[in-house]
Structure formats: structure tokens, C-alpha cells
Ligand binder design. Structure first.
Ligand code: HEC
Ligand code: HEC
Length: 456
């Protein structure tokens, strides 16, 4: 079996072989990484202020080699990481920890129905992305533009896949962890030194030194790197982050049967002519001995309605277009990627009260209805155009500039049947929602004292 790193190397190797096979000097696939749109890049620098790891620091992978020097114990790193994750003193406001947005009671997702969570030094700043759950990321590949699945070696390029963040921007958990600590709209620390100073005063400072070495807090930049590594290891704790204890897992293990309605929901979920959900939200084990994570990690444009309540969206002409920017700048020239966001896992989705990258929806039932009738009843989902020659027409896929709306996916379930009927009727939508509720962790198998143990 391949681990995540081998998988990435393999994908890169296949991609470079494929590139060599093409009889042209410079394959166009790399053009996007060279031709940057300066305006988009400037905006992305704003989002990643200098000093935020991942944006500007070419030596970031020193973080892993630092481990070789100090040999920290994994269990101790996880224990310190947990304390950091819940520590509100590590924020500019003193009132916000990672756990404020990523609440363990909600599968490390948002604890309320707000589209986006407030942060910043005075807790009055908003970003424009919904908080994702941090569970079930353990098999996520690093971002790649050309993904080849070694388990199903069809040689087919599955396109942009993987990476942390809705747009796949961050390659590792420690890079991702650095961002919220310094982002002005989140934990709002002024600098890495600012964080290191708070860390030296933390109740667990001695434990931090015991774990990473006596000098671990002496140098600000190094202390910051150790901190992000501790957070990364905490997020690799199987019991916390990939327990596989849902009713659906118990049914896969043969410990319980799904109800009739749940089984029907699973059927529509998988059926390519009906929900076709499993084509992106994988529902069967990808290989023996693993459990399905309900995402293929692909980045796709669904045409989710614009959330006009988000502060950046109040600016006319501003669009969060995911993979093509403006929050990531490296693929700005690839207009075909505009509107694409990473397919989230649907595990624990019934615990959420806010859905999609922009938090435009607040009800799971409504999300599934959106899939069923986005293209058959667009007036229900999108506003009408106020002025100009198209006045009164429905502004379909309104969270993308008009010229880029062609990027939106039209496979089932979006495309209706030939006679115009939606792929899912009301009962089938209800069934799918019932099935999605079997994906919540912590299910207790009848007759057993505790939730079943994880196997993966
Ligand atoms: C103010 C709310 C907030 C706080 C505090 C916060 N996050 Fe997040 N987190 C988010 C949002 C919003 C995203 C999605 C960002 C994006 O896609 O651009 C996110 C994304 C992530 C991701 C990527 C998940 C994925 O699905 O790709 C990880 C990992 C993460 N956060 C870890 C942390 C850690 C560790 C901390 C504490 C150091 C933290 N977060 C603090 C809001 C928050
Ligand atoms: C073509 C791939 C694809 C198909 C098919 C698909 N999804 Fe999705 N799904 C996505 C992507 C991509 C997102 C995130 C889109 C965004 O935020 O812009 C998403 C988001 C969701 C969400 C919101 C989760 C969250 O954390 O906010 C739910 C619920 C969901 N899908 C359920 C379904 C169901 C049910 C079906 C079948 C009826 C389905 N999906 C079919 C790709 C797909």
C-alpha cells in the first residue's frame, strides 16, 4: 500500500511522464504556475501577510527535518498539541482558540449556524469561508493539478485534487495551522514572535520544552514551527479525528442493519441515474481494510448561490472563485478552474448548521434539494437580474462572473431526466437525508456498552 507521500510522488512522476510523452517543448499545464495575475497575487498576499508560513517561507519543510534533530515523542506532541488547540490565550483577543471554530462537539466543525465565524482582536472581523470539519483528512493527498489514482490505474487524469482549505491551497497541516494564528480575521496575532511570547507564558510551557527540547522556546521562529507541528500531530489522533464510529460504519462491519429508509437513501446516493452522489462523495471502501471517507478530494464547481451577507461579497465584482483565486494566486491564469472547491467529506454532515464553502445554506434537507432542482427550478435558488437587457431573468450560478459560468458541473443529479423531471423526488430527497444522518460518529451498537472500536 502507498502512503500519502508516495502517492504524491507517484502522481508527480506520472504527470511528468505524461508531460514528456507530449511532443512539445513546454507543456501548457505548468503555464499557470508561471503566469501569475499580479492583481490576484497582491490580494492573496493580503490574505497571507508576510511571515505566514506557506505563503513566503521556502524553508517550511524544515519542520519535518527538525523532528529528526530532536526526536520528539508522538504521544507527547499530541498531548501538547491538544492543549494548544484549546488555548484561547494564544489569540490577539484572548478569547479565541482553534476549538472556538473547530468544536469537538461538532466533529471539529462550527458550533453554530453562522455562515462564517467572527474573529480578530476585537472579535468583530469576518472571513468569507465556512469552517470545515477537521475530521477524516488522514488520507487526503497534497494538492495536485493532475491526480492519478494508483488503486484504479486507468491512467486517467482526474484533475485537481487534494490540499487543505476549500481551495486546496495548503499542502500540510502545519502550514495550515500557522494561518489562523496570524490571520487578522481569526486569531489575529501580530507575528510569530507574538505567538512565541504567549507560548512561553502558557501553563504547558514546561511540557512543551520537555517534548521538543530545552531550547524549544528560545527562538521565536523555531518555537512557532514546533507549535504548528504539535497541532499537526494532534490532528492525526485517530480517536479524535478519524474514529469511524458511525452507524454506517457499524453496518459495514455487519454489526447493525440500516433502516429501510436509510437503505433506500444509500441506494439513491449511489445510483448514477439518481443522486450520483457517490461519484464525488465515495461511499464504498476504496481498498480492503479501509473505510470510505465520502469524498474523492476532487475540486469541482457546483454553482452554489452567492452568499450576499458575506462582507467581501458586498463589494460589487468581487468573487471567491476557489481554485483560480483570489485567495490562492498560483492558478489565476486557469480560468477553467474558477468556481472549483474541494469536495468535503459528508461524515458528520448532519451535525452542521452551515453548508458549502460560503455558508449559503443552513439546512441539510435544503442542500439535497438544491442538488435535485438547481437546474429544473433555478428561480427557487438564484435571484433575478435587477437591470439591463436581461432584467427579470434568473441570475443562474450568480457567484461566478458570467463568462465563467460554463465551468459549472452538469452531471447527474443536476441534469434532469429527458422528460424534464428532477433526478430525485421529494421522498428520495428525504431518504438521502435519512442516510446522511447515519454518518454521524459516536453511534452505539445496540447491545454494546461503548461505540465500536475503530478499524481502518
Ligand atoms: C475564526 C475561525 C477559525 C479559527 C479560530 C481556526 N480556524 Fe481553521 N479554518 C477556518 C476556516 C474558515 C477554514 C477554511 C479556510 C479556507 O478554506 O480558506 C479553516 C480551515 C482549517 C483547516 C483545513 C481543513 C480542510 O478541510 O482543508 C485546518 C486543518 C484548520 N483550519 C486547522 C485550524 C487550527 C489548527 C486552528 C488553530 C491554530 C484553527 N484552524 C483555527 C476557521 C477557523
Ligand atoms: C460532481 C461532484 C459532486 C456530486 C455528484 C455531489 N457532490 Fe456534494 N459536494 C461537492 C462539492 C465540490 C461540494 C462543495 C461545493 C462548494 O462548497 O462550493 C459539495 C458539498 C456537499 C455538501 C455540503 C457539505 C459541507 O460540509 O458544507 C453536502 C451536504 C453534499 N455535498 C451532499 C451531496 C449529495 C447528497 C449528493 C447527491 C445528491 C452530492 N453531494 C453530489 C461535490 C459533489
Amino acid at each position: 500500500m502507498f502512503n500519502a507521500n508516495t502517492r504524491v510522488l507517484l502522481a508527480a512522476l506520472l504527470a511528468s511522464l505524461a508531460a514528456q510523452a507530449v511532443d512539445q517543448p513546454a507543456p501548457d499545464a505548468t503555464a499557470g504556475t508561471q503566469k501569475l495575475d499580479p492583481a490576484a497575487l497582491a490580494r492573496s498576499r493580503l490574505y497571507h501577510p508576510p511571515g505566514v508560513p506557506g505563503a513566503t517561507d521556502p524553508n517550511i519543510d524544515n519542520v519535518y527535518s527538525m523532528q529528526i534533530m530532536a526526536l520528539p515523542d508522538v504521544g507527547r506532541m499530541q498531548a501538547v498539541g491538544r492543549k494548544i488547540f484549546f488555548d484561547k490565550s494564544l489569540s490577539g483577543s484572548g478569547r479565541m482558540a482553534c476549538a472556538s471554530c473547530h468544536d469537538p462537539a461538532y466533529a471539529y466543525g462550527p458550533p453554530n449556524a453562522l455562515a462564517v465565524q467572527p474573529g480578530g482582536a476585537a472579535m468583530d472581523k469576518l472571513g468569507n469561508r465556512a469552517v470545515p470539519s477537521l475530521r477524516y483528512k488522514e488520507r487526503m493527498p497534497s494538492f495536485t493539478e493532475h491526480y492519478f489514482d494508483e488503486e484504479h490505474p486507468t491512467g486517467q487524469d482526474q484533475g485537481p485534487t487534494g490540499g487543505y482549505g476549500w481551495d486546496g491551497h495548503f499542502s500540510t497541516l502545519h502550514i495550515q495551522a500557522g494561518l489562523p494564528l496570524l490571520a487578522p480575521n481569526e486569531m489575529a496575532n501580530a507575528s510569530q514572535s507574538d505567538v512565541a511570547a504567549k507560548l512561553r507564558k502558557a501553563a504547558y510551557a514546561a511540557e512543551f520544552r520537555d517534548t521538543f527540547g530545552k531550547d524549544a522556546l528560545d527562538d521565536d521562529a523555531r518555537a512557532f514551527k514546533w507549535l504548528t507541528l504539535a497541532l499537526e500531530y494532534f490532528q492525526r489522533d485517530p480517536q479524535e479525528f478519524f474514529p469511524y464510529t458511525s452507524k454506517y460504519d457499524a453496518s459495514l462491519r455487519g454489526q447493525v442493519a440500516l433502516s429501510e429508509q436509510e437503505q433506500r437513501g444509500l441506494k439513491w446516493f449511489n445510483d448514477k441515474e439518481k443522486g450520483n452522489c457517490a461519484s464525488c462523495h465515495t461511499s464504498t471502501p476504496e481498498r480492503p481494510g479501509t473505510m470510505p471517507v465520502f469524498t474523492d478530494f476532487g475540486l469541482i464547481a457546483l454553482g452554489v448561490p452567492r452568499n450576499a451577507s458575506l462582507p467581501p461579497n458586498k463589494q460589487h465584482g468581487f468573487y471567491d472563485m476557489g481554485l483560480c483565486g483570489p485567495y490562492r494566486g498560483d492558478l489565476a491564469a486557469h480560468h477553467e478552474y474558477c468556481g472549483a472547491f474541494r469536495t468535503p467529506s459528508l461524515r458528520n454532515v448532519a451535525l452542521r448548521h452551515t453548508f458549502f464553502h460560503n455558508g449559503a445554506f443552513h439546512d441539510l434537507h435544503e442542500v439535497v434539494e438544491f442538488y435535485a432542482t438547481r437546474d429544473t427550478d433555478p428561480a427557487h435558488w438564484y435571484p433575478r437580474i435587477h437591470s439591463g437587457p436581461n432584467k427579470g431573468k434568473v441570475d443562474m450560478y450568480d457567484d461566478l462572473p458570467v463568462a465563467l459560468r460554463k465551468n459549472v458541473n452538469h452531471d447527474a443529479p443536476f441534469s434532469p431526466y429527458a422528460d424534464g423531471r428532477p433526478r430525485l423526488d421529494k421522498q428520495e430527497v428525504d431518504d438521502i437525508v435519512a442516510f446522511l444522518k447515519t454518518l454521524t460518529d459516536g453511534y452505539v451498537v445496540p447491545g454494546k456498552q461503548t461505540a465500536s472500536a475503530a478499524t481502518h
